[in-house]
Design a protein around this ligand. Sequence first.
Ligand SMILES: [Zn+2]
Length: 192
Amino acid sequence: MVHIAVIGGPMSAGKTTELSRRYQVAKIAHQHVVIIKPTTDDRSGASLGIRQENPQGEFVIVEKDPATLIQNQEELQKLLQEFEPELLIVDEAHFFKEWFCAYMRELSLRKDLDMRIVIAGLELDAWGNTFGFMPQLMAIADEVIKLTAVCMKCRKEGATMTQKKGGSHEQIEVGSKMYEARCKRCWTPPEN
Ligand SMILES: [Zn+2]
């Protein structure tokens, strides 16, 4: 059977850290693991990019655990056939297009496969609208985990929103310095 877990939450909620933890556990258990990310995210290249606060109080991306950048279903199918992973880890899933969701649904119904799939992504964009196919992925998942962050304005726990600080008006914008986690009280939508 295929078991799909989806991890949602705002920026800095620890989604990628959770993926990395699961990767390390599976490696210790000598499991075949494949990590993938969509090619549209060039923010942190072909690895899990974990945001960490440095001594200066700035958030920097620390590169961890090798990932394969995936553009389409053919590439992903080929990868799965080649490595036969017991665990498939997917980061930045909000950037994947409809094909990815359809393929995950197809995999979720396969009886001949034994695989766990863990998918992480932003559920909401900076405008507070649902992001990409995250709602659909959550619907087909066997398990949904929603993480929250610390609000970077009032420093209270339980932040669910991603605040955009300046920049252009693209939904997809790379560069994490432009975003931070906020609670609903402190969050304001971008002007357009
Ligand atoms: Zn707040």
